[in-house]
Design a protein. Structure first.
Length: 238
């Protein structure tokens, strides 16, 4: 989306997607403020797990960020947290080769997953971290939601659908998040939004609300914070 163009928060998903919601639907000011307060709290890197037995013990509600290589997972996490470099970013696909965990104020755990699809790494390494991600996603007890990130310039690919089908089969809730929305035109984003809503409406474990974001332009970040804050451990008073 070019600068100065309003995000398509009022898009009508149309008759073909009766059970899905357009971006921004029913997002009230209280939810936005709750998300802002949570993500303004300190976040710390916990560890990077290269093997499933290195994954930290469960305890906090957890949100995972999955997507194709170079879709912008680390950039989105940094934008949510208001940080530039807590999660390492790279222009090289396949740089993240472990699950990186971040503790947000003792209320929510964030997991940055290795990218799937194309990666500049030996095939045996790619297979290894693919098994790690699949095992984690299917078996993590405290995983409340997986954000499946889709590059808005390319839309859904077969590798995305494979991950979504695996999550559907495992009955693990996930939410599709379009990234890099500042890099496409308003018309292209509207078309992509409609087609994506139509597809996720047919999937049993998919959250009905589609999120549109740009880490560079801060688009959709407040709304995504609000979505994820609703999954966090309640704030302790006093």
């Amino acid at each position: 989306m070019s600068e100065g163009t309003s995000p398509p928060d009022a898009i009508d998903p149309g008759d073909g997607v009766p059970d899905a919601e357009a971006p921004g639907t029913d997002m009230d000011a209280d939810a936005i403020e709750t998300g802002r307060r949570l993500f303004a709290q300190p976040a710390t890197f916990v560890l990077g797990a290269a093997k499933i037995d290195q994954v930290p013990a469960a305890g906090l509600p957890e949100v995972a960020f999955a997507g194709r290589s170079n879709v912008g997972k680390s950039s989105l996490i940094n934008a949510l947290l208001g940080r530039r470099d807590l999660a390492r970013t790279s222009n090289t696909p396949g740089r993240t080769q472990q699950i990186n965990f971040f503790d947000l104020a003792g209320r929510l755990m964030l997991a940055d997953l290795p990218g799937y699809g194309y990666a500049k790494a030996p095939k045996n390494e790619v297979r290894g971290w693919t098994r790690l991600v699949n095992t984690y996603l299917k078996g993590r007890q405290d995983l409340r939601r997986t954000c499946v990130l889709i590059d808005s310039r390319h839309g859904l690919k077969d590798s995305d659908r494979d991950v979504m089908s695996m999550l559907d089969t495992a009955a693990q809730p996930y939410q599709v998040v379009l990234t890099k929305c500042d890099k496409v035109s308003g018309a292209a984003l509207e078309k992509l939004t409609r087609t994506t809503l139509a597809e996720i409406a047919k999937r049993p474990a998919a959250h009905p609300r589609l999120m549109t974001t740009s880490s560079m332009k801060d688009q959709g970040i407040a709304e995504l914070r609000a979505e994820l804050a609703a999954l966090a451990r309640p704030e302790q008073n006093g």
